[in-house]
Design a protein around this ligand. Structure first.
Ligand SMILES: [Zn+2]
Length: 187
Protein backbone atom coordinates (compact mmCIF):
# COMPACT_ATOMS: atom_id res chain seq x y z
CA UNK A 1 0.00 0.00 0.00
CA UNK A 2 1.43 3.33 -1.05
CA UNK A 3 0.30 6.52 0.57
CA UNK A 4 1.60 10.00 0.05
CA UNK A 5 3.19 11.32 3.21
CA UNK A 6 5.37 13.85 1.39
CA UNK A 7 3.54 16.94 2.61
CA UNK A 8 3.83 15.92 6.25
CA UNK A 9 6.29 17.11 8.88
CA UNK A 10 5.39 14.61 11.53
CA UNK A 11 3.48 11.37 12.00
CA UNK A 12 2.31 9.98 15.34
CA UNK A 13 2.15 6.20 15.37
CA UNK A 14 0.22 3.86 17.55
CA UNK A 15 0.87 0.16 17.95
CA UNK A 16 -1.67 -0.78 15.25
CA UNK A 17 0.60 0.95 12.72
CA UNK A 18 3.46 -1.36 13.71
CA UNK A 19 1.16 -4.39 13.73
CA UNK A 20 0.12 -3.46 10.17
CA UNK A 21 3.83 -3.45 9.27
CA UNK A 22 3.99 0.28 8.64
CA UNK A 23 7.66 1.10 8.22
CA UNK A 24 8.65 4.68 9.06
CA UNK A 25 12.09 4.08 7.59
CA UNK A 26 10.62 3.61 4.12
CA UNK A 27 8.53 6.76 4.41
CA UNK A 28 11.63 8.70 5.49
CA UNK A 29 13.41 7.62 2.31
CA UNK A 30 10.75 9.52 0.33
CA UNK A 31 10.51 12.40 2.78
CA UNK A 32 13.82 12.82 4.65
CA UNK A 33 12.56 15.75 6.77
CA UNK A 34 9.73 13.80 8.34
CA UNK A 35 9.74 12.90 12.04
CA UNK A 36 7.85 10.11 13.76
CA UNK A 37 6.60 10.24 17.31
CA UNK A 38 5.50 7.52 19.67
CA UNK A 39 4.53 7.73 23.31
CA UNK A 40 6.34 5.60 25.87
CA UNK A 41 3.34 3.26 26.26
CA UNK A 42 3.18 2.70 22.47
CA UNK A 43 6.92 2.05 22.61
CA UNK A 44 6.45 -0.52 25.39
CA UNK A 45 3.71 -2.30 23.42
CA UNK A 46 5.59 -2.23 20.12
CA UNK A 47 8.96 -3.50 21.29
CA UNK A 48 7.39 -6.68 22.62
CA UNK A 49 6.96 -7.69 18.97
CA UNK A 50 10.31 -8.64 17.38
CA UNK A 51 9.47 -7.21 13.95
CA UNK A 52 8.21 -3.89 15.38
CA UNK A 53 11.19 -3.80 17.70
CA UNK A 54 13.59 -4.06 14.77
CA UNK A 55 11.76 -1.29 12.86
CA UNK A 56 11.96 0.94 15.93
CA UNK A 57 15.63 0.23 16.44
CA UNK A 58 16.45 1.23 12.85
CA UNK A 59 14.29 4.37 13.07
CA UNK A 60 16.05 5.41 16.27
CA UNK A 61 19.43 4.86 14.63
CA UNK A 62 18.31 7.04 11.71
CA UNK A 63 17.16 9.66 14.24
CA UNK A 64 13.73 9.90 12.66
CA UNK A 65 11.81 8.51 15.63
CA UNK A 66 11.21 10.42 18.83
CA UNK A 67 9.72 9.30 22.10
CA UNK A 68 7.46 11.84 23.73
CA UNK A 69 4.59 11.79 26.21
CA UNK A 70 1.72 14.28 26.28
CA UNK A 71 1.26 16.79 29.07
CA UNK A 72 -1.52 16.06 31.61
CA UNK A 73 -3.65 19.03 30.44
CA UNK A 74 -3.85 17.62 26.89
CA UNK A 75 -4.67 14.16 28.22
CA UNK A 76 -7.49 15.62 30.30
CA UNK A 77 -8.82 17.47 27.26
CA UNK A 78 -8.85 14.25 25.23
CA UNK A 79 -10.52 12.18 27.94
CA UNK A 80 -13.22 14.86 28.29
CA UNK A 81 -13.79 14.80 24.53
CA UNK A 82 -13.94 10.99 24.48
CA UNK A 83 -16.52 11.14 27.24
CA UNK A 84 -18.67 13.39 25.03
CA UNK A 85 -18.39 11.05 22.03
CA UNK A 86 -19.03 7.92 24.10
CA UNK A 87 -15.61 6.49 23.19
CA UNK A 88 -14.16 6.83 26.69
CA UNK A 89 -14.91 3.25 27.78
CA UNK A 90 -13.09 1.75 24.79
CA UNK A 91 -10.36 4.37 24.38
CA UNK A 92 -7.35 3.17 26.35
CA UNK A 93 -4.94 5.51 28.13
CA UNK A 94 -2.47 4.71 25.35
CA UNK A 95 -5.03 5.72 22.72
CA UNK A 96 -5.79 8.93 24.57
CA UNK A 97 -2.07 9.60 24.84
CA UNK A 98 -1.37 9.59 21.11
CA UNK A 99 -4.22 12.02 20.40
CA UNK A 100 -3.09 14.27 23.26
CA UNK A 101 0.44 14.21 21.84
CA UNK A 102 -0.89 15.63 18.58
CA UNK A 103 -2.31 18.59 20.53
CA UNK A 104 1.10 19.19 22.14
CA UNK A 105 3.00 18.95 18.87
CA UNK A 106 0.64 21.40 17.13
CA UNK A 107 1.24 23.85 19.99
CA UNK A 108 5.00 23.52 19.60
CA UNK A 109 4.96 23.50 15.80
CA UNK A 110 1.82 25.36 14.67
CA UNK A 111 3.01 25.63 11.05
CA UNK A 112 3.73 21.94 10.66
CA UNK A 113 1.47 19.31 9.16
CA UNK A 114 1.01 16.21 11.19
CA UNK A 115 -1.13 13.14 11.17
CA UNK A 116 -1.97 10.22 13.44
CA UNK A 117 -1.73 6.71 12.04
CA UNK A 118 -4.08 4.35 13.83
CA UNK A 119 -6.38 1.51 12.84
CA UNK A 120 -8.42 1.99 15.99
CA UNK A 121 -11.94 3.23 15.25
CA UNK A 122 -12.33 5.05 18.54
CA UNK A 123 -9.05 6.90 17.99
CA UNK A 124 -10.29 7.84 14.52
CA UNK A 125 -13.67 8.88 15.87
CA UNK A 126 -12.21 11.26 18.45
CA UNK A 127 -9.72 12.60 15.85
CA UNK A 128 -12.56 13.26 13.42
CA UNK A 129 -14.47 15.17 16.06
CA UNK A 130 -11.43 17.32 16.90
CA UNK A 131 -10.53 17.74 13.20
CA UNK A 132 -7.23 15.99 13.78
CA UNK A 133 -6.02 14.33 10.57
CA UNK A 134 -5.62 10.59 10.81
CA UNK A 135 -4.78 7.77 8.50
CA UNK A 136 -5.62 4.12 8.78
CA UNK A 137 -2.83 2.03 7.36
CA UNK A 138 -4.81 -1.18 7.16
CA UNK A 139 -8.54 -0.65 7.30
CA UNK A 140 -10.34 2.18 5.61
CA UNK A 141 -10.95 5.00 8.03
CA UNK A 142 -14.42 5.91 9.15
CA UNK A 143 -16.20 8.40 6.93
CA UNK A 144 -17.66 10.60 9.61
CA UNK A 145 -17.55 10.69 13.32
CA UNK A 146 -19.98 8.64 15.29
CA UNK A 147 -21.59 9.50 18.58
CA UNK A 148 -22.24 6.42 20.64
CA UNK A 149 -25.24 5.88 22.79
CA UNK A 150 -24.96 3.54 25.74
CA UNK A 151 -28.12 1.57 26.28
CA UNK A 152 -29.57 -1.47 27.97
CA UNK A 153 -30.45 -4.15 25.37
CA UNK A 154 -33.41 -5.28 27.49
CA UNK A 155 -35.15 -2.25 28.91
CA UNK A 156 -33.81 0.30 26.35
CA UNK A 157 -32.81 2.84 28.97
CA UNK A 158 -29.87 5.01 27.90
CA UNK A 159 -26.90 5.74 30.14
CA UNK A 160 -23.83 8.01 30.34
CA UNK A 161 -21.00 6.78 28.10
CA UNK A 162 -18.63 5.84 30.89
CA UNK A 163 -21.04 3.09 31.98
CA UNK A 164 -20.39 0.99 28.85
CA UNK A 165 -19.87 -2.63 29.91
CA UNK A 166 -21.37 -2.00 33.34
CA UNK A 167 -24.71 -3.40 34.52
CA UNK A 168 -28.06 -1.76 33.90
CA UNK A 169 -29.30 -0.50 37.26
CA UNK A 170 -32.89 -1.46 36.35
CA UNK A 171 -32.51 -5.04 35.14
CA UNK A 172 -28.85 -5.97 35.60
CA UNK A 173 -28.12 -6.61 31.91
CA UNK A 174 -24.72 -5.60 30.52
CA UNK A 175 -24.90 -2.21 28.82
CA UNK A 176 -24.01 -1.97 25.13
CA UNK A 177 -23.36 0.84 22.74
CA UNK A 178 -24.86 1.74 19.40
CA UNK A 179 -24.31 4.51 16.91
CA UNK A 180 -26.43 7.39 18.00
CA UNK A 181 -28.74 8.99 15.44
CA UNK A 182 -31.13 11.86 15.79
CA UNK A 183 -32.03 13.75 18.90
CA UNK A 184 -30.34 12.89 22.11
CA UNK A 185 -32.72 11.43 24.62
CA UNK A 186 -32.72 12.96 28.06
CA UNK A 187 -30.61 10.96 30.50
ZN1 LIG B 1 -32.03 -2.78 31.74
Amino acid sequence: MVANFNSLNFIILDNTAFVSAFDPNQVALQNPGIRFYITSSVYDEAISNPRSSRIIEIAEDQQILKLRDPIPESLKYISNTAEDTGDIAVLSKTDQGIIALYIDLKKDFPDQNGIIISDDYSVQNVCALLKIPYFSYQKRGIKRNIKWEIYCPYCYETFPSKLLGKKCDHCGATLKRRAYRGKKRKL
